[in-house]
Design a protein around this ligand. Structure first.
Ligand SMILES: [Zn+2]
Length: 447
C-alpha cells in the first residue's frame, strides 16, 4: 500500500507543472485586440431598462444636464447628503442649469468618485465632448442635450451607437419603438397587497367586483392575460423593495383570513406587510402558476435596492430557493448579479437548472464586483445561463456609457481567461456572443 502511494506521488510529480492548473492552449499573438473588436461587432440584447420616451423628455423640466442624474446619479447625491426633498426642485421645476448646478455641486463634490457618477462623466465626455461638470460646463452641456433631442438621438444611440437589437423595458410598451422595444410587467397590485383601497381600485379598473379571494385570483388572471395580449415577454418581481423575498407556501384558508380582514375594513384600511404576508405569498404562487402555464421567464430584483433606506437582507437570492425547487420548469432570472450576493448566486445557478444570472446594472453598481464575479460565474455556471447586459437606466446616454463599461469588463475577463489557458480565443468569442445576445434571445424568445 505504502509503495503504491509513493508510486502515485512519483507519477504526479513527473507531470508538467502547468498541466495541474488548466489545459494550456497556444494563443496566436494579437488575440486581445481580436476579442475586443469582435465584442464590438455583436448586436446586443439589453435585458432591462426604464427608458423614458424622448417625447416625454421633451416636455419635461429636466431636458438639460440633470437628465444624466435621473435615478442613479441622483441616488448618490442623496447618499452624499443632499436632502431628497430637492428632487422636485431639480427635476420638476423650471430652473436654469447653473442654478441647478449650484444645488447639486456640494453633493457632487462629495460623491464624484462613485461608479454611478463616473459613468455620468463618461457619458458627457463620449457623447457631448465635455469632460468635467462645473458651473461653466453645465450650460453648454445642457444646450447640446436639447439640440440632440431635437433629432432622432434616442434611436441613433440605441441602434447605431449601442447596436442594441432589442431592449426589455420594465413596465409597458414604448409607442413608436416596436422595432426594438419589448416589455416585462410587474404584478405588484397582488404581490404587495395590504390595503382595501388597492382591492377596490382593481375592481374599478377591471369593471369586475372583487368580493372573495377567488375573485382576487381571477383579477390577477385577467390582468396577466391582458398583458400577454399586449405583448408582455416576461414577469418582473420587485417585492424586495417592500418586503422579504421569502415566499412561503400558504393555505387558502390563511390567505382568505387576511383577505377578509382587508375587505371588511374601512375605505382607507391598511395592514402591515408582515400581516399581509400570507395573502401576498399565496398570490405569488398563483402568479407562478400562470407563468408556468404560459411559459414566461420571471425576472426578480435581487441584491442591493436603488435609493436609500431599504433592507438589504430582504433581497438575498437564497430566500428564493424554495421556489426554484417547487417550479423546476419556470426560468428564474436573478437581476443585478445579486450584488453583494455574488457567491450565493453562483452556487444557486450551479445547483438549480432553472436559475439564470443577469448582469444588468451591476457594472454601474461596481465595476470591480462585476469583474470579480463574472470570473467566478464563468468557472461555476453553464454559460447558457448568464446574460451580460442591461443598463437599468432612464436615459440612453447612461445606457451607452454603461455598455462601454460592460464591454470593457467582459473583454478583460475573457482575455485573461485566454491568457491563462482556461479557454481558447475562439471560445472567448463564442461566450461573448452567447452572453451579450444569444442567451437572452433564447430565454425571451426574441428573434
Ligand atoms: Zn430596474
Amino acid at each position: 500500500m505504502r509503495f503504491r502511494v509513493t508510486l502515485l506521488i512519483l507519477i504526479f510529480s513527473l507531470l508538467p507543472g502547468k498541466a495541474q492548473k488548466y489545459l494550456h492552449y497556444l494563443q496566436a499573438p494579437g488575440f486581445e485586440n481580436r476579442i475586443v473588436h469582435y465584442i464590438d461587432t455583436i448586436r446586443i440584447i439589453d435585458t432591462h431598462e426604464h427608458l423614458i420616451s424622448p417625447e416625454m423628455l421633451k416636455d419635461s423640466y429636466f431636458l438639460d444636464f440633470s437628465l444624466l442624474f435621473m435615478q442613479n446619479g441622483y441616488d448618490d447625491l442623496v447618499s452624499a447628503g443632499m436632502p431628497d426633498t430637492l428632487f422636485n426642485t431639480i427635476f420638476n421645476r423650471q430652473l436654469d442649469p447653473v442654478s441647478k448646478w449650484n444645488i447639486i455641486e456640494p453633493y457632487w463634490n462629495n460623491s464624484f468618485n462613485t461608479s454611478f457618477n463616473r459613468l455620468i462623466l463618461q457619458s458627457t465626455a463620449r457623447l457631448y465632448g465635455i469632460n468635467e461638470l462645473n458651473e461653466s460646463t453645465v450650460g453648454p452641456l445642457s444646450e447640446k442635450i436639447r439640440k440632440a433631442y431635437g433629432t432622432d438621438w434616442f434611436d441613433r444611440i440605441i441602434r447605431d451607437s449601442c447596436r442594441i437589437h432589442y431592449f426589455i423595458k420594465d413596465g409597458n410598451n414604448m409607442p413608436g419603438k416596436d422595432g426594438f422595444a419589448r416589455y416585462e410587467k410587474r404584478f405588484d397590485d397582488w404581490l404587495t397587497i395590504r390595503s382595501k383601497y388597492r382591492i377596490d381600485s382593481l375592481a374599478v379598473s377591471q369593471l369586475d367586483p372583487i368580493y372573495s379571494l377567488d375573485d382576487f385570483v381571477k383579477s390577477l388572471e385577467t390582468a396577466f392575460e391582458k398583458e400577454l395580449k399586449n405583448g408582455m415577454i416576461a414577469v418582473k418581481i420587485f417585492s424586495s423593495y417592500y418586503r422579504t423575498l421569502l415566499f412561503e407556501k400558504t393555505s387558502a384558508d390563511a390567505a382568505k383570513k387576511v383577505f377578509k380582514t382587508l375587505v371588511n375594513g374601512e375605505e382607507d384600511f391598511k395592514i402591515s406587510m408582515k400581516e399581509a404576508k400570507p395573502l401576498q405569498d399565496y398570490m405569488l404562487f398563483k402568479l407562478l402558476d400562470l407563468v408556468r402555464k404560459y411559459d414566461k421567464p420571471v425576472a426578480i430584483h435581487t441584491g442591493i435596492q436603488a435609493g436609500k433606506g431599504k433592507i438589504l437582507g430582504d433581497s438575498d437570492p437564497e430566500l428564493l430557493t424554495g421556489l426554484f425547487i417547487d417550479y423546476p420548469d419556470v426560468k428564474f432570472v436573478l437581476y443585478h448579479g445579486s450584488y453583494p450576493y455574488g457567491g450565493e448566486v453562483s452556487a444557486l445557478a450551479k445547483n438549480y437548472r432553472n436559475v439564470y444570472i443577469d448582469m444588468n446594472w451591476v457594472y454601474m453598481v461596481s465595476p470591480t464586483y462585476s469583474e470579480r464575479f463574472f470570473n467566478e460565474w464563468l468557472e461555476m455556471v453553464p454559460v447558457t445561463r448568464i446574460t451580460a447586459f442591461g443598463g437599468d437606466c432612464m436615459v440612453v446616454e447612461n445606457v451607452y456609457s454603461e455598455l462601454i463599461s460592460a464591454k470593457r469588463i467582459i473583454s478583460k475577463v475573457l482575455i485573461n481567461k485566454v491568457r491563462e489557458g482556461y479557454i481558447t480565443e475562439h471560445e472567448a468569442m463564442v461566450i461573448a456572443k452567447m452572453i451579450f445576445h444569444d442567451n437572452a434571445a433564447k430565454l425571451y424568445k426574441l428573434n
